[in-house]
Design a protein around this ligand. Sequence first.
Ligand SMILES: CC(=O)N[C@H]1[C@@H](OP(=O)(O)OP(=O)(O)OC[C@H]2O[C@@H](n3ccc(=O)[nH]c3=O)[C@H](O)[C@@H]2O)O[C@H](CO)[C@@H](O)[C@@H]1O
Ligand SMILES: C=C(OP(=O)(O)O)C(=O)O
Length: 430
Amino acid sequence: MEQYIIKGGNPLSGEVEIGGAKNAALGILAASIMTDETVIIDNLPDVRDINVLLQAIEGIGAKVERINQHSVKINGSQIGDLNIEYEYIKKIRASYYLLGALLGKYNRAEVALPGGCNIGSRPIDQHLKGFRALGAQVDIEHGKIVAEAKKLVGNHIYLDVVTVGATINIMMAAAMAEGTTIIENAAKEPHIVDVANFLNSMGANIKGAGTDIIRIKGVEKLHKTEYSIIPDQIEAGTFMFAAAATGGNVVVKNVIPKHLEATSAKLMEIGCEIEEFDDSVRVKAPLKLQHTHVKTLPYPGFPTDMQPQITVTLGLAEGISIVTESIFENRFKYVDEMARMGAQIKVEGNSAIIDGVSQYTGAKVSAPDLRAGAALVIAGLAADGITEVEDIVYIERGYEDFEGKLKKLGAQIAKVSTEKEITKFKLKVS
Ligand SMILES: CC(=O)N[C@H]1[C@@H](OP(=O)(O)OP(=O)(O)OC[C@H]2O[C@@H](n3ccc(=O)[nH]c3=O)[C@H](O)[C@@H]2O)O[C@H](CO)[C@@H](O)[C@@H]1O
Ligand SMILES: C=C(OP(=O)(O)O)C(=O)O
């Protein structure tokens, strides 16, 4: 099994290039099969979740052709199967976007109940409520969601919770429905806007994405397009916290600084200098980080996908910090791993109470999920001695060449799978 091995203590410095947003790409790939014409998608991140979704799309008969590592051509004209198998679905959460895409195009879809990171109970009732409001009959049979409609008709849908997944799924299902759909209490994340822009570039008529009311006027059909995915604000934020935690000075390139405002604001509160340019951000850490309090919220609030990264950073700040997780109920599993590294973090209900320590100590830890895994790497980079992070398969769901990008910033990190490689790394860094 592959793992990361890290010798901590080097402040990160230099420049890092951010890739396309995984969570936008997942919606966009699913939406790309809604036309029979060929779609080209650029700035696609080369990460596990994306590759699994591409396989699932190929599995139902779409033609998928890699143009290069970050561009793909998709043609959904030959889709013959509206049934997405559990084999793909258990691996990724966003498989549920194929429900909205297939239902929107063919008025029928069968998709196994989704997997993804185990960070909470993650119901999909709002997705199903949306499909039903558009006129679909939706049943759960033998572990599958089966959705079917004679035709989809626009409706007024009020989401009971702000949900990224349901907002995107309903937008897709409604894109070719008869009449107008209004989604109220919609999520406002940058990837919602990106998926809407992508659908509009295919001829859809979606207005208001990025606000909490989205209006979708159904169109007859969608057509070909070429589209470049926005930068990944979570990958960017992860490198920003890695810079802060290691006392570094890093320019994070190819970002939309506006999407990083919640992250930048918190970094400034804890003493970092932030310099914003057109499409990059510099983070310069202070000599000593200061404590702060954070609550995760839907965009434009502080993202839950950045919660573990800020928590491990605050674990090194002076004083007591409180991080409250308000989106997912099970997103502090990494705190036990952090205790092995000397962190003083106590979880009470949905808050982590963090008593900053002056340094972590390297240890063997295991990634419980994607962002927590990235956070453990940040902790390892800041720690005294050697850290081994196991179960990096989670990290690879969402970070392309994580160790390569960190190495370029001066980190001592390697991806290893044998004792021999571990010994070689230890000799090299001793
Ligand atoms: C593939 C992808 O893009 N994943 C992101 C997406 O997940 P995902 O789309 O699953 O997250 P949602 O925004 O839907 O979830 C937000 C909250 O709503 C609840 N909920 C959601 C749907 C529903 O039908 N009923 C319901 O109660 C969830 O349990 C959660 O408490 O947004 C999350 C919140 O920004 C991110 O952490 C994930 O990285
Ligand atoms: C939790 C995440 O992904 P998913 O929703 O696919 O599990 C994430 O991207 O941080």
